[in-house]
Ligand binder design. Structure first.
Ligand SMILES: Nc1nc2c(ncn2[C@@H]2O[C@H](COP(=O)(O)OP(=O)(O)OP(=O)(O)O)[C@@H](O)[C@H]2O)c(=O)[nH]1
Ligand SMILES: [Mg+2]
Length: 220
C-alpha cells in the first residue's frame, strides 16, 4: 500500500495583481471494493482504461489548466478497509484531508450502493458543523454492464437528491468524457463551497468587530 502523505489543502495562491490564479483541490475517492475507484482515477489522469489495477492505494497529483486557471488536483484513490465493524468506515485523517468526495458504487452491486449510503451519512455527520456543505458526488459506475444492473438510476439520483450530493452514472471502461465531467463538477462544487465559506467568515468578522466596539463602550 502506498500512501503519499500530504498536509491539508492549500486553497489558492495569489499573483502580483492580487487575482487568485492557482487552485488546489484534495479529492478523495471512496466506495466498496471492486467498484472502479482506480479505473476512474486512472481514466481521469491518463485518459486510458487498462483493465486491471491491483490493490494499490495512492495519492496522485495532477495539474491542469481550466478556463485559463491552473488547477492542481490531489487525488486519493482509497482502498476499502477490510474487517472494520462499521460499514462504510472512513478514517478521521481522510475526512480532514478531503475538500471533496467522489463516492463510487457499481450499478451491478447493491451492497456497494449501501456502502455509499453509509459513507454519505458519515461525511455529513462529521462535517455538519461547517458553514458550507461539503461537496460530494455520487457515481454509479459500470454503466456499460446494463444487463447486470441491480441499482436503478432513480435510486442513485434519489439518494443524491436527499443528501445534497451531485450524481452521475459513468463507465470508466467506455468513456473518458463522462469521467472528466465528474471531476470538473466536483471542482466547481469545491470552489463554490470555498466562496460561501469566505462569505460567512466575512460576516462573522463584522459581527465580532461590532460586539468588540459595543463591549468597549459599555466599560467606558
Ligand atoms: N465493465 C466495467 N468494468 C469496470 C469498470 N470500471 C472498473 N471495472 C473493472 O472492475 C474491476 C475493479 O476495478 P478497480 O478500478 O480496480 O476497482 P476499485 O474500486 O479500485 O477496487 P479496489 O481498489 O480493490 O477497492 C476491474 O476488473 C476493472 O477493470 C467499468 O466502468 N465497466
Ligand atoms: Mg483500487
Amino acid at each position: 500500500m502506498v500512501v503519499q502523505d500530504k498536509s491539508n489543502s492549500v486553497n489558492s495562491s495569489r499573483t502580483m495583481d492580487g487575482s487568485q490564479n492557482k487552485v488546489e483541490a484534495n479529492i478523495l475517492l471512496l466506495g466498496a471494493e471492486n467498484v472502479g475507484k482506480s479505473a476512474l482515477t486512472v481514466r481521469f489522469l491518463t485518459r486510458r482504461y487498462i483493465g486491471e489495477y491491483g490493490d494499490i492505494e495512492s495519492i496522485y497529483s495532477h495539474t491542469d489548466r481550466i478556463d485559463g486557471r491552473e488547477i492542481s488536483f490531489n487525488i486519493w484513490d482509497s482502498l476499502h478497509p477490510q474487517n472494520y465493524e462499521v460499514e462504510g468506515y472512513i478514517s478521521e485523517k481522510q475526512l480532514q484531508w478531503a475538500d471533496g468526495f467522489i463516492l463510487v458504487y457499481s450499478i451491478c452491486d447493491r451492497a456497494s450502493f449501501n456502502v455509499v449510503r453509509q459513507q454519505v451519512q458519515r461525511i455529513r455527520l462529521y462535517k455538519n458543523k461547517l458553514s458550507a456543505p461539503t461537496p460530494i458526488i455520487i457515481v454509479g459506475n459500470k454503466r456499460d454492464l446494463k444487463h447486470r444492473r441491480t441499482v436503478s438510476s432513480e435510486e442513485g439520483r434519489l439518494l443524491a437528491l436527499s443528501s445534497d450530493c451531485g450524481f452521475f452514472e459513468t463507465s470508466a471502461a467506455e468513456t473518458y468524457h463522462g469521467v472528466l465531467l465528474v471531476f470538473h463538477e466536483l471542482l466547481d462544487l469545491i470552489r463554490e463551497a470555498r466562496a460561501l465559506k469566505k462569505g460567512t467568515a466575512g460576516f462573522k468578522g463584522i459581527v465580532r468587530s461590532m460586539s468588540a466596539v459595543f463591549g468597549r463602550r459599555r466599560t467606558e
